[in-house]
Design a protein. Sequence first.
Length: 326
Amino acid sequence: MSLYGTDREILETAVDWLEQGVRPALVTVAKTWGSSPRPVGSLLLMRADGQFSGSVSGGCVEDDLVQRYRDGQLGASFPTLIDYGINRQEATRLGLPCGGRLELLVEQLDSTAQLQTLLDKTRANELVARRVCLTTGEVSLHPASADDDFFCSDTTLGKTFGPRWQLLLIGAGHLSEYVAQIALMMNYHVIICDPRESDNDKSVFDGCAIVNSMPDDAVRTWANHARCIVVALTHDPKLDDMALLDALSSPAFYIGAIGSRLNCEKRRERLKTLGVTTQQLQGLHAPVGLPIGSHSPPEIAVSIMAEITKLRHQAKQNSQHAINAA
């Protein structure tokens, strides 16, 4: 297992250890200040014999944290909040970046039942918010949306589990190569769909899943949850329209298509004749990408991923405002 591990790997490990009779502790990065090696919501699973999975600091504090857990120094009751890097001396000792500080929530896990429910739901591509009451320790599961991620208030910590963000690109051309490279660096699961015969070097898509099915079949297979993004980049109306027709009635978070403004308007008219509603067309981003004056494939790729990132952050902020208002 990797140092960081995925959320699902950590949950599966927790279930395995509990079934072996081991009671592990689950650690979540609740808050960060300054230069933090790992973002809020990062997980670590640890046991009293020193084994652990995941990471809350990229390796800076794990050994110290596990040792304190083994020695019973984390408090008599759980959940508990602990700080790392409160002062410069401790930050230097632990190897935290200058000014770095972490607040960690430590929970003692006792049962597999709720963890197994959470795993079953995420395997079914459901998004689930796991909430911990910081005063009572009560843990509850709730339906979540694509823009729900992580929050921590004075009374509650909530983290959303489910499928990772996924990018389905229609077309294996030059532009898709650059979009895929950026998306992989941003930890997307990238799928390239192109049914056309081609002698292009597919090694440029290393790290991506490549499928040769028709675009509508690919959309029905992959764009089946709210963290999916579909971008049509072939410049072939037959292929792009085929993908968009199904994508616009899917739960996908973002749907985009390449083309000039004139061609995109023609595309909208074609899709209307095929039964796509005006409301559904409002979800189509075409021309795709932010208007940053891009011309070359790398620049266009930047504009595409920038627009997707902007909308994701906007949705996350709106979700956080809704939680705070409630």
